[in-house]
Design a binder for this molecule. Structure first.
Ligand SMILES: [Zn+2]
Length: 68
């Protein structure tokens, strides 16, 4: 028997960024919470495939918006 995976007690929010082309909030593919964002566990720059314009955007955690 394998041990059950640890279940997060904290509900994770979607990390969103604002698309520079369309101004829409798009999901970066990353889940997190405020603590995660503040604790630099997210790399300085990340690429996200934008669901609004189809391009890839480089984003930083300072731009991130949490959405439930
Ligand atoms: Zn975009």
């Amino acid at each position: 028997m394998r041990p059950q995976p640890y279940k997060w007690r904290v509900r994770m929010a979607k990390v969103m960024i604002k698309c520079p082309d369309t101004g829409k909030l798009v999901f970066t593919g990353v889940f997190g919470d405020k603590t995660l964002l503040e604790s630099m566990q997210i790399k300085k720059n990340k690429m996200a495939r934008c669901s609004a314009c189809g391009k890839e955007h480089l984003w930083q955690k300072e731009q991130a918006v949490l959405q439930d």
